[in-house]
Design a protein. Sequence first.
Length: 157
Amino acid sequence: MSRLARVSRPTRARRPARVGAVPPLPLSGRDRSGRAVGALALAALLALAALLPVARPLPIDVCLFKRATGLPCLGCGMTRSVCAIAKGEWRASLAHHPAGWLAAFGALGAAIWLGVEALSGRALRPRLRRRLAVGLVAACLGVAAVTWVARLLTLRH
């Protein structure tokens, strides 16, 4: 058989393998109920945030750093920010703490993701979920740190 004849023969087309493509993993009953509890807990916290007053959502001051030093901590205003965003007060939320938006929408996204996993019984893109969670926490901490430094620099003594 000549070399030319071998090349001209029709071959089966292969689909390229997707890198990192993993089918959704089935969840055990315990994992499924854990995700349902997590989704409901996050949804309940966001609903509670909508019911609490923005001016003073907690009955006591929980910030030990502020009590000890008189200075705002990294997260001061975050609870008020989430409460304001849950009520639709966008500007007030941003004024209380810019990272409140990330926290509120991150919690909403996590509640939806966990709820879908609990209902479907499958872990959906666990690597992506982990990356999103780490990225969200890093972004929240970054925004909180920048906000904290800005607040400390603009404090009037």
